[in-house]
Design a protein around this ligand. Sequence first.
Ligand SMILES: [Cu+2]
Length: 298
Amino acid sequence: MIDRRFFPTFGIVLAAVTLVACQPSDAHVVQVTARDYAFQVPDSIPSGWSTFRMENRGEEHHFLLLNRLPDGKTFQDYRREVVAPFDSVWHVLKTGAADKAEAGELLGRLLPDWYGSVRPMGGPGLVAPGGVAWATMELDPGTYVMECYVKTTDGTFHTSLGMQRPITVTSESSGASAPDADIEITLSNFQIAVEGEVTPGEHTVAVHFEEHPEFGLGNDVHVVRLEAGTDLDEVVRWMDWMNVDGLRAPAPAVFVGGTQEMPVGYTAYFTIELLPGRYAWISEVTAGDGMVKEFTVR
Ligand SMILES: [Cu+2]
């Protein structure tokens, strides 16, 4: 079974969104620097609530997906048994040797059974060069892999170039609590339901994962700024890594953060700064299934 995540993204520049997120006073902030193509981050962090503050100092868009490995599996197992199948499948898609359905079947055959037990545990969403993305999740102890599978201009996954590394979540607790949110989003198949007012300024968004598709990637949510010339349909197509130009640099618009998938029943938080203008909430692979919602900040 193909459960969740595959790969990649790209870049363009816009105004740097540097925020001082309204985190609780006891927040445990994990500083992450994303470059082309590596994450600079501590090797281990405490369990419980952690807020990832990811600064993009690269020239392409990046995100950070945290995957929890099943007990007994290592980062080396993941690189050897999971990354290789994705690279193979991407190759057949890129060369036109298979369509998306065939590629999905092939991926299902190539991935190890234990891949079905890898759990996506959130992380900062797509963010443009110069931007900062914030995401807060509650994490259990374990071995995790962080990765960004945006693609370079020549179509190589950032994961293949070094944007993939292990991180240990220890049994020591961060002692932090969940942030307060002023916007609530519920993700289901296939709808982004939003409650709260999108006014100019800083907002913390709670994202409730209510439902995921049975196959493929789950539902997540990113925030994209729409300029006068932005074609939202092009952005939707770009969100699917299985499309030849999907997640490939340069991005067709400027992303300002969001959160990666978590299992059903979990809540992730992210903080963004909104300026007057047009935006959209948008999912990665399920954008084309209706997971996109435009909004205007006045
Ligand atoms: Cu990246």
